[in-house]
Every structure is written in structure tokens, then in C-alpha cells.
Unconditional design. Structure first.
Lengths: 257, 367, 396
């Protein structure tokens, strides 16, 4: 159920970049993730949906070690995620994350926000880092704001900057934690458009979101999570038109009204 | 809103328990005390440090100490001499108030504490409480001063100890509040003369130490008065404390006023309310709700600052304690006496600050 | 066109005087000024009469008169034959001495306790919380008097002095410890230290430029510390490694030699630092907590190491929040040092108090006290305004 054959998704046979095997996580006594099994191929795009508290954000935060799992294995691009700090740093450099509340650094300009990672983590000279930063700012259509501060931008603009910031680290995988949930409705489209163009460039993306239009247009698989488990996973057409599980049907009826 | 379905969870995963070392007592100890090498070392060092200090301290306070003995017996013992408190507590707490009449300040304090405790509970914040306070303050004044209802008059020069501390703090804050509100409104006023006067007052008072104002009250206030009129020392100190506290209240209230959205002023204006009505009915009630936690903070400061009247010779609990220690038989037991005093202050201030925190939480979530 | 509406000019003239807000404002202000002026005049005339009646002098001529009182400790030369102006100067210098040392120690202790309060170690954070709660809730004056009493009641006489560290003596006459004996080498060591600081400043600039150019980072912190500490050390070795110390020795009823810090100064410093540090700890704690967790998470997701996150993301934001209230607390410490009058340390208020008692000129004396502290306040406000403008986060 969790690894449909590549041919079914119109993807060339590509290597696995994320392998999660029987992963469990507890907060104290609360069993928040119960036996997650998930394999993601390079270039694949996954949308995860589910009620609040189902563990979907926790799942992707475990992938870049913002949360720790207690049992099971997470393997990212061949490196296993353990308490070993070297592994964690290696994985974080390959995985980019976009947050619900943008989390831009308010005391730095937009340009400085983007060049911070490359300069201090990848040790790239400033001029080159700035060139890369301007390239990605152009890509997200916000190059003219480079010298401004985050406080001067709207929510939609800040989220696009946040996406560009992650892209400057040239990651292989991009994680999105409800990227449009904190935005005013008229700004959701500009962010989704950026994400769609990213998808067209072939980025491996895991997106936690309720934007079903986005899922239908670019996702290879849609996962439904409830109570810490992946209840159903399927291609978008199959998922929306023919949900198998009762809980999936209930959830879909509540959000597609 | 998204609802969880009622179907039961896949029972296969129900039986798996989290790793032993992450739950229960062991889990707590591991994550809070021994979380990594640095923390483990820290815990051990701290425990060692406590082990060195606590046993001798406890021995001094409780084991070897005397609680109700004479001064002479105390000197022959290594432990703390709490007898200095038990022998002198009436003087420390009530100062020079006539011995047989000390039930009156005691009653006044109980009344005050009672009112404060009732005011803690927000359910009672109604008109009735306001009148209860007015009546209560009046009763306290009568109990202290006497001269009516058959109570023997007691000169204010004889008031001292804990009642004096409470008096200076509570009356100080209460009288300072209206003045503080006026100053805050003045500072925000668009009329340049009034604004300037308010700013001068507030910045001047906030820039100088309370000591200087108390000096002023002690030596300069008498010069302000025409010949023949005198005001007793306590009243002068009270005025100094009121003037001082008003400046701080003004700043706090100004913060509250700034927190009110412009839309409120505009709505009031469009209803046709004039300045006084707008302030009284719309703005101030909202602003005052915001400023209650910082006001409690000012009350705590005022309470602590009353100790400064020692410097101008008024007999609050600090000075009565110092006087007790000046007595040759009790000389040298200052640690015990000040420790007792510190406990009194700590209990009062801690209760107030705890209340303020609780209030901030309540008001924060409700508004 | 319909011309029945009166033009604005006409309607202005027909508004009664009393309903015009602009004119009312003028009236209110004049009334306020009149009331304030009248009260002021009343107080002033009473004062003049009373001063005259009690034959108290006015004016600041007393400053040139001989002070004829001793001052316990002073940074400059002073004797009972000096005039009042000099005595007051001694007081100001003493206040500045206490304030300066107090501020440095308070920032160190307060930051330490504030960070401890945030520690994940339960024991450490609870102890820090207890310290903060206890020392905030006990009046500063009580703490000062307590420490002063400890010196006089609990500490032994010089001949039985405690020796917590060899060479350091604690008794009821104060704290005595050894200082290095004067030696020409120390001048060069001091110069070496200053040169080291300047050198590290330029090192940082060079390292920054190099990083911009090539991307390689240079360990400025370790190299810089090595230079600042090492250069003076090298000079010390080269110039013969002088180790002679001027140690306190018991002679007669007291210690001579070395440096003795009076009980008054120690008690004042101890009380002020312990009290103010509790407030600073809260400021530091809330400053660090105010930076949202999301900032740390974003930094970590980019791959920044913990110390990089602290330096580049957390601290710049924390400092913006910490510095303004911190500056207020430093001003409070300076104002609270005025309580030295209660324990006999000759700070400015103490000296001014003696002056008032001797000359009877209370108004001039209290005015001087207020002016001096107002100057401190103004300097502090100016600094805060400058700092706030400089680092304000630019928002829409």
C-alpha cells in the first residue's frame, strides 16, 4: 500500500531517497506515530493530509531531526538518522524545510536570510552566495525586495522568500509543513504557483497540506494519516474519487464541502 | 472543523510501549537531571554543593536553636536564637502603639488582608467591592487613630511596625492612582502646556531616588507651610510616597492607554461622546483592565519601598527591628532578626507577585 | 446654484466662543498654568518667610566653606579642611565607583542566573528560580542592612580573621587581599593587553573579508583569546616574570598592606548586586525565550551548528529585547546606591545629607541630589534612545 510500483506513477525507475521502516514515536506516554512505513523515490511528490493531531507534521519533522523517533529506522539518501551529530548535519544539508509560520530571520535582510546558510554551512564565498540567492529570488518572483527586511513584506511574499532560502542550500528533498495555512486567501495562490514550478523542475517534495487542488495537479501520491498511522495512500485520482477506508471518506467529506 | 472518527485504532500497535528509560520516574530523572554529559556533571556538582551547605544550615536554624529562652541562655548556644523574636515580637510588629490597645492595629491589618483576599477572586469585582474598600479603609483609619466610637485616641507618632508598612503602601497606591491617571492623560494630551507639565513631573520624579523625596518630605515640606501649621511626619512621608508612586503609575497607565485600538476612540467620537465621557465610559475601563498586572507590580515595589522610611526616622518594621537589636541584651542576633523580617516581606511580596502572574494569565486568555 | 448654506467663514464667526475646541484648549491650558503658578507662588513665599525666620542662608556659597567632617573612603585626596564642594565631589566619585563595579558584577551574575533558569537540568533551573524569587521579594534596604550586620555581628576581629583563600582575609574591618607590587613591567603588560584588543579588532575585520572572498571561516574566537591573553603573558615572561605581591599583614589591630575593601563598600556592593541580578536574570530569561522556537528550527534546518545559531540568529534578536530593560535596571542600581546613607558608606546622598545637617540648607542640598541623579537618568535615556534607533527592526 505504501510503495506503489513506479510505473503506476509515470516515474522512471529511480532510487529511493527516503526509507522509513516501522517508525514509532512517543511524547511521554502518548503514542504519536505508530509504525510508519514509507518509501519515497527521487523526484516523487507526496501530499500528506489528515485531521489535526494525526501526527503528519511530527512525521516530516522526524525526517530532518527536529523531532526524535524512539523506534524504527529512518534512512535519508543512504544515511541513517541516529543521534550521531555528523549524520544529522549531513541529512539537514540535503533536506530543506518550509514552515507554516515562515520563520524568516527578522533582523537580516532578505538577501542575508538567503546567504546565511550557504556562507556558514557550505562555506561558499559571499559573492557567489549572493549570485545564487538572486537567482532563486528571481525564480520566486521577488528579486526586487532583496534589500528589504522580512517585516516589510506580506505573508505570501515571506513564504516565497522562505522557499527560496531553503533552495539556496541546493537540497535534494524539500519538506513543506502546512505552507499556506497561515496565509490570507488571496496570497495562497502565489505560494502554490511557486511550489508547482518547483515540482516541474523535478524536486522531491513532501507536503503536509489541505490544498487538494495542489494535490490533484502535481502529487504522485496522497497519504491520509489518522491517529499516528498512514491509513490510506493512493494516486490523487484514486484517492479523491474512490477512497477505500471509512475514515478517509469521513475526512474527505468534512474538508470538501 | 475536522473531527476524529469514532472507529477504534488499529489494535496491533496498542501493545507496543515506549522504551522504558523514557517514561515514569526513571524517564523524568533521565531527561531532567542526567540529559547528556554536561547536565550529569552539573547535577552532581549541584548536589555536592547542596550537601555541603544544607545540613549545617538546617542544624543552625532548627536543631541547635532556642525558640523561647532568655538572651543570656541564647549566647551560650551555637544555634539560632529565635527567642529574640518571641520575646520582642509585639514591639517589632506594632512599634510604640500602647500595649493594651494593640488589638486595634491587629484588627485593622486583618481587615486589610481580608479585603485583599476577597479582591483576589475576580468574581467579586463589582460595585459592592468598591464600597467595601472605602468602608474598610475608613474603619482602618478609625481603628488606628481612635478618638471616636469610644476608642481612645492614639497619636500618629505612636503608629509603627507592620500596620505602618501596610498603611503607607496601600494608601500610597490608592491615593496615587487618580493622580497617576491624570498625569497619564495629561501626557497624552494634545495641549502643549498640559503635556509639558506632565512630562516634566513624570520624568523628574522617575529620575530621582525615593530617598531624595523622603528627605524632601522630612526637611523641606515644613518650609512650604505657613507659620503655625504643622503636618505630622507620617503624613509627610505618605505624601512623598504618593507623589513618587503616581509617576510610575502614570507610565503604566499610559502603556495601557496606548494599548487601546484607535477604533475605540473613533467609535466613541462618532457616537457623540465628549472627552470626559469617552475616557470614563469607554477607554479607561478597558485600559485599567490591561494595567492591573503591572499595577500589582507597583504595589509590590511600594510595599518594599516603605522600608526606606527608616532613613527619616519613622518606625516601620525595619526600624523597630533595628531598635530591638540596639538593646544591649539582644545585640548581636541580627541574622535571626533580619531573617524573620525577610520572611515577612517575602511571604507578602511572593503572594502578591504570584497573584499578579495568575491574573496576567487569566486576563491574557480572556481578552 | 443653491446658495442657502452659509459659507464656512460665516459659520466660524457664529460659533459661540465656548464651543470652539481650539479656544477651549487655550483656556484650559491657561487655567492649568495659572493654578500651578499660584500654588508655586504660595509655596515659594512661605518658604522664603520660613527661611528668613529660621535664619537659614540661601544660595550656593556654602560650597566654598570648610566642610570640617571626615569621609571614610575616598578616591581623591580629601581632608576635613577641604570645602563642601570637594566633599560632594568625593561623594559623586564614590557613587560612580559603586555603580560601575556593581553594574559589571550584576550583568555577569544576572546573565549567568538567567541562562541557568533556562537550563534543561531541573535542579539547576529550580535553584535559579528560587534565587530570583527570593532576592526580588526582599527589600533592597533590608538586604543592605543585613549584609552590613553580618560584617559587624558575625565576622571576627582582625586577629581571628577568616582566611577563605590563602592571602585573603575576611574580618569585621573589611576584606583584605594581596595586590601585585608595583613594577615597571605592569605598564608594558597593560600596553600589550590594549594592543592585543586592537589587534583582535583588525583580525576580525580581516577574517570577515577573507570569508566573503573565499568562504573559509577563520577561528577568530580562539585566536583572538590567545592573543589577548597570550601577548601580556609573553611580555610578563620576557620582563622577568615579576611575582612579588603586596600582601596584607596583621599589625596591631588591623591589616596593613595589600588592598582593603571596607565593610560598608562590600555590604553595599553585595546587596546591590544580589538584588539587581535577580531582576536582570528575569530580563535575560525572557529575552532569550522571546525569540520563537521557530527561529531555532529554521536555523537548524539550514544546517547551522548550535553555536552558529546562537551567534547569528538568537543573540541578535535577544539583545534587542534585553538591552532596554537592562539599561533601566542599571539606572535603578545607581539610584538604589543612594541607600548607602543607611549603612554609612559615603556616597553622594550620604555626603549631601551631612552637608544639609551642618549647613541647614536643605533646599539646596536636596536640589543638588536631585540634579545629580537626573543627570544620570538623562544620560541613560539618551543611550537607550540611541540604541533603540540603531537596532530597531524595520517593519512595514
Amino acid at each position: 500500500m505504501n510503495t506503489p510500483p513506479a510505473t503506476a506513477m509515470n516515474l522512471p525507475e529511480s532510487r529511493e531517497v527516503i526509507d522509513i521502516i516501522d517508525m514509532h514515536k512517543w511524547y511521554g506516554d502518548f503514542h504519536v506515530l505508530r509504525g510508519i512505513n514509507l518509501t519515497i523515490r527521487k523526484g516523487e511528490r507526496i501530499v500528506i493530509c489528515g485531521p489535526s493531531g494525526s501526527g503528519k507534521s511530527t512525521l516530516i519533522r522526524c525526517i530532518n531531526r527536529l523531532e526524535e523517533h524512539q523506534r524504527g529506522k529512518i534512512i535519508v539518501d543512504g544515511t541513517e538518522l541516529t543521534s550521531d551529530i555528523k549524520n544529522i548535519e549531513k541529512i539537514r544539508a540535503e533536506v530543506g524545510m518550509v514552515f507554516q509560520h515562515f520563520n524568516l530571520f527578522p533582523h537580516l535582510t532578505i538577501l542575508e536570510n538567503l546567504t546565511l546558510g550557504p556562507i556558514w554551512v557550505r562555506k561558499i564565498p559571499r559573492v557567489e552566495a549572493e549570485k545564487t540567492a538572486m537567482y532563486y529570488l528571481e525564480k520566486v518572483h521577488i528579486a526586487e525586495q532583496a534589500r528589504k527586511f522580512p517585516g516589510q513584506l506580506s505573508g505570501g511574499q515571506q513564504q516565497r522568500v522562505a522557499i527560496a532560502r531553503s533552495l539556496c542550500m541546493k537540497p535534494n528533498i524539500m519538506l513543506f509543513d502546512e505552507p499556506t495555512s497561515a496565509l490570507d486567501p488571496e496570497m495562497v495562490k502565489e505560494v502554490l504557483d511557486v511550489m508547482i514550478s518547483l515540482a516541474k523542475d523535478g524536486m522531491t517534495m513532501i507536503v503536509v497540506s489541505h490544498e487538494m487542488g495542489f494535490a490533484k495537479s502535481v502529487a504522485h501520491r496522497v497519504l491520509f494519516m489518522d491517529f499516528g498511522q498512514i491509513v490510506e495512500a493512493n494516486t490523487p485520482e484514486a484517492f479523491f474519487d474512490n477512497p477505500q477506508n471509512e475514515r478517509t471518506k469521513l475526512f474527505l467529506s468534512q474538508i470538501l464541502h | 472543523m475536522i473531527q476524529h472518527s469514532n472507529q477504534s485504532v488499529n489494535s496491533q500497535t496498542d501493545d507496543i510501549k515506549p522504551p522504558l528509560t523514557s517514561i515514569g520516574v526513571i524517564g523524568w530523572i533521565k531527561s531532567n537531571l542526567f540529559n547528556g554529559t554536561f547536565n550529569s556533571v552539573l547535577t552532581l556538582l549541584t548536589l555536592f554543593f547542596l550537601w555541603k551547605i544544607l545540613p549545617p544550615l538546617i542544624r543552625w536554624i532548627f536543631v541547635d536553636s532556642l525558640w523561647t529562652s532568655t538572651a543570656v541562655e541564647c549566647r551560650s548556644v551555637d544555634g539560632a536564637c529565635w527567642s529574640i523574636i518571641s520575646a520582642n515580637y509585639r514591639f517589632i510588629l506594632f512599634g510604640f502603639f500602647p500595649h493594651e490597645l494593640q488589638w486595634r492595629p491587629l484588627l485593622a491589618m486583618i481587615l486589610l488582608i481580608g479585603l485583599l483576599l476577597i479582591s483576589r477572586n475576580r468574581r467579586f469585582w463589582k460595585r459592592l467591592l468598591f464600597f467595601a474598600w472605602v468602608a474598610g479603609l475608613f474603619c482602618m483609619a478609625v481603628l488606628m487613630k481612635g478618638g471616636m466610637l469610644g476608642l481612645a485616641p492614639v497619636e500618629s507618632t505612636q503608629w509603627g511596625g507592620l500596620p505602618l508598612t501596610f498603611l503607607l503602601a496601600v494608601f500610597g497606591l490608592t491615593a496615587a492612582y487618580p493622580l497617576g491617571i491624570l498625569l497619564a492623560l495629561g501626557r497624552r494630551s494634545k495641549m502643549p502646556a498640559i503635556k509639558t507639565l506632565s512630562i516634566i513631573y513624570i520624568e523628574m520624579i522617575r529620575g530621582v531616588p525615593l530617598v531624595s523625596l523622603l528627605f524632601m518630605s522630612a526637611v523641606i515640606f515644613p518650609l512650604f507651610l505657613p507659620e503655625g501649621i504643622t503636618i505630622n511626619k507620617i503624613l509627610r512621608a505618605q505624601v512623598a510616597i504618593i507623589l513618587f508612586t503616581a509617576a510610575y503609575i502614570a507610565e503604566v497607565v499610559r502603556g495601557g492607554l496606548q494599548g487601546i485600538a484607535r477604533g475605540q476612540y473613533e467609535a466613541a467620537e462618532s457616537l457623540g461622546l465628549n472627552y470626559v465621557q469617552t475616557m470614563r465610559l469607554i477607554i479607561l475601563p478597558q485600559a485599567l483592565k490591561i494595567v492591573i498586572p503591572p499595577s500589582v507590580s507597583i504595589l509590590i515595589s511600594a510595599f518594599k519601598d516603605t522600608s526606606l522610611v527608616v532613613i527619616i526616622g519613622l518606625y516601620d518594621i525595619l526600624k523597630t527591628t533595628q531598635t530591638t537589636l540596639a538593646n544591649p541584651s539582644w545585640m548581636g542576633f541580627s541574622t535571626e532578626a533580619f531573617f524573620f523580617l525577610a520572611c515577612i516581606y517575602f511571604i507578602c511580596c511572593y503572594t502578591m507577585s504570584n497573584y499578579s502572574r495568575k491574573l496576567e494569565k487569566e486576563l491574557g486568555t480572556s481578552s | 446654484m443653491d446658495n442657502s448654506l452659509p459659507s464656512t467663514k460665516e459659520s466660524e464667526n457664529s460659533i459661540p466662543f465656548w464651543h470652539d475646541p481650539a479656544k477651549r484648549a487655550v483656556v484650559y491650558q491657561l487655567a492649568t498654568l495659572a493654578v500651578v503658578g499660584l500654588i508655586g507662588y504660595y509655596l515659594f513665599s512661605n518658604t522664603v518667610t520660613n527661611l528668613h525666620r529660621q535664619s537659614i542662608a540661601t544660595g550656593f556659597h556654602f560650597l566654598e566653606k570648610e566642610a570640617s567632617f571626615e569621609i571614610g573612603e575616598s578616591l581623591i585626596r580629601y581632608s576635613a579642611a577641604s570645602n563642601y564642594a570637594r566633599a560632594l565631589l568625593v561623594g559623586i566619585l564614590n557613587t560612580l565607583k559603586v555603580a560601575f563595579v556593581g553594574i559589571v558584577l550584576t550583568i555577569l551574575l544576572g546573565t549567568f542566573v538567567g541562562i541557568a533558569r533556562l537550563s534543561s537540568n531541573w535542579l539547576v533551573s529550580r535553584l535559579a528560580a528560587a534565587y530570583i524569587e527570593i532576592f526580588q521579594d526582599i527589600p533592597i534596604l533590608l538586604q543592605l542592612i543585613f549584609w552590613y550586620a553580618v560584617f559587624y555581628d558575625s565576622l571576627p576581629a582582625p586577629r581571628n580573621a577568616l582566611e577563605p583563600i590563602p592571602g585573603m582575609f575576611l574580618c569585621n574591618r573589611g576584606l583584605a587581599f594581596g595586590v601585585p607590587e608595583p613594577h615597571p613591567a605592569y605598564r608594558y603588560i597593560a600596553i600589550a593587553f590594549l594592543l592585543g584588543c586592537v589587534g583582535v579588532y583588525f583580525l576580525r575585520k580581516w577574517a570577515r573579508k577573507r570569508q566573503d572572498r573565499t568562504g573559509l571561516s577563520f577561528p577568530v574566537f580562539s585566536t583572538g583569546s590567545a592573543i589577548i591573553l597570550g601577548l601580556p603573558l609573553v611580555i610578563w615572561l620576557v620582563l622577568g616574570a615579576p611575582t612579588a605581591m603586596d600582601m596584607p599583614r596583621l599589625s596591631g589591630f588591623n591589616f596593613t598592606g595589600g588592598l582593603t575593601v571596607s565593610p560598608e563598600f562590600t555590604a553595599l556592593l553585595l546587596g546591590l548586586v544580589l538584588y539587581t541580578a535577580a531582576f536582570v536574570a528575569e530580563i535575560v530569561r525572557s529575552g532569550i525565550q522571546a525569540v520563537s522556537k521557530g527561529q531555532t528550527e529554521a536555523a537548524m534546518s539550514l544546517g547551522l551548528k548550535p553555536w552558529q545559531t546562537l551567534n547569528l540568529v538568537i543573540l541578535p534578536q535577544s539583545l534587542r529585547i534585553i538591552v532596554p530593560p537592562l539599561t533601566s535596571q542599571m539606572l535603578n542600581l545607581t539610584k538604589n546606591s543612594s541607600l548607602a546613607v543607611a549603612i554609612g558608606f559615603p556616597d553622594f546622598v550620604s555626603v549631601a545629607n551631612t552637608t544639609i545637617n551642618q549647613t541647614g540648607q536643605a533646599i539646596e542640598g536636596v536640589a543638588l541630589i536631585m540634579v545629580v541623579y537626573l543627570i544620570f537618568s538623562l544620560i541613560t535615556s539618551a543611550f537607550m534612545n540611541w540604541y533603540n534607533k540603531k537596532i530597531a527592526l524595520i517593519e512595514r
